[in-house]
Design a protein around this ligand. Structure first.
Ligand SMILES: *Cc1c(COP(=O)(O)O)cnc(C)c1O
Length: 363
């Protein structure tokens, strides 16, 4: 079976060496030494000032909204994983969906401005598939109207824009280290800021709003454990190699897929990509479903990222039409993409896709 992704696992001995230390110290969680080591290494790797390592990539979105005191309308993207919208709804905010750009599927800055009202407080955008949003345009709108910018940068670990980690942009930026992401710690996430006060606030938020007897603010449990941090310490040094291997897989698909009937989203100029996903777009949903069936028959399981368009979720009460997102989400499929996917397998997957697409176009 070939799934859309396959988690990288480090050498077991390397992980158990860290476990030995944990067993000796009996310090399992709560700001442990491995967690701090991982935070330092990640800050260095990404070149960012403050980074709080947390339990997942969803709670950090919630913390971002809380930390910026966002409670009303937030202009957001309909083309993301459901966690982006969930975080807004969970925090009692009202998501207002702005449509996406037809070329790279990130939020369209031109669609943001007409949606701004006196209740708009922030823009929450996703760097889709690890490609950067139109950061300058979004910042210009935010500056003009006094809005905060939060980036769901869950896909961007290892990707940069104009020479800086994509995680370094916006008022706050969050990442996910879930097992399926480019860099993972089994479960995990982080929130990034270059503001010292904000970092301190987030540090308290992460563990119930207090440190010992110093009860400073409301908080949540967003801590992560030493066992997760240990996985991170094993995987982080491998990230450059893992991205290089993803790039090779990218090359296999690029050279074998027939692009007369398939398109691919574009990259924003200035992005150094991390090859997080391999999305392809078909002419119709019917073609997509046929391709999925053909792949499934070969025990290959691609995924529909992102589907459905989040503005159409049944539990969302605000219904801005987003025709581009609604249309793209019906036609986009992410092919298996992970380090070490073999050339033979990529070749086979590309052939199945090409044949299924060609068949649809005959009947
Ligand atoms: C994976 C993902 C999340 C959620 O991260 P978790 O660590 O699984 O909570 C949020 N947003 C996007 C865009 C994601 O891809």
């Amino acid at each position: 079976m070939i799934y859309v992704t396959k988690s990288y696992l480090p050498d077991l001995d390397e992980y158990t060496a860290y476990l030995k230390g944990i067993w000796e110290r009996v310090h399992l969680t709560n700001d442990g030494p491995l967690l701090r080591q991982l935070e330092d290494q990640m800050k260095e790797f990404l070149g960012v000032r403050h980074l709080k390592y947390c339990s997942n990539g969803t709670v950090v979105l919630q913390m971002a909204l809380k930390a910026l005191d966002i409670t009303k309308e937030v202009i957001t993207t309909p083309f993301s994983y459901v966690a982006t919208t969930n975080a807004l709804l969970w925090e009692g905010c009202t998501p207002i969906f702005a449509d996406i750009r037809p070329d790279d599927f990130c939020i369209d800055p031109d669609a943001i401005e007409p949606l701004i009202t006196e209740n708009t407080q922030a823009i929450m955008a996703t760097h889709v598939y690890g490609n950067a949003c139109r950061i300058e345009q979004i910042q210009a709108i935010a500056d003009k109207y006094g809005l905060k910018v939060i980036y769901d940068a869950a896909h961007t670990f290892g990707a940069s824009y104009n020479g800086q980690s994509i995680l370094s942009y916006g008022d706050l930026s969050t990442c996910s280290f879930h097992a399926t992401k480019v860099f993972h710690t089994v479960e995990g996430g982080c929130i990034v800021t270059d503001n010292d006060e904000m970092a301190e606030k987030l540090h308290f938020y992460r563990s119930f709003g207090h440190r010992n007897d110093d009860y400073r603010s409301v908080g949540i449990n967003a801590k992560n454990s030493e066992l997760h941090a240990a996985m991170g310490l094993c995987v982080l040094p491998k990230v450059p190699e893992l991205i290089a291997s993803r790039k090779e897989v990218f090359g296999y698909y690029d050279s074998r897929l027939d692009f007369s009937k398939i398109t691919r989203p574009t990259l924003t100029p200035g992005v150094d990509y991390n090859y997080a996903y391999y999305p392809i777009v078909f002419d119709t949903e019917e073609t997509l479903l046929r391709v999925m069936d053909a792949l499934q028959a070969q025990d290959v399981l691609p995924r529909r990222y992102f589907y459905p368009s989040l503005n159409t979720l049944p539990f969302v009460k605000t219904h801005q039409p987003c025709p581009i997102s609604e249309n793209v989400s019906l036609r986009v499929l992410c092919l298996p993409m992970y380090p070490g996917l073999s050339e033979v397998d990529a070749d086979r997957i590309a052939s199945v896709v090409n044949e299924a697409v060609a068949l649809v176009n005959i009947d």
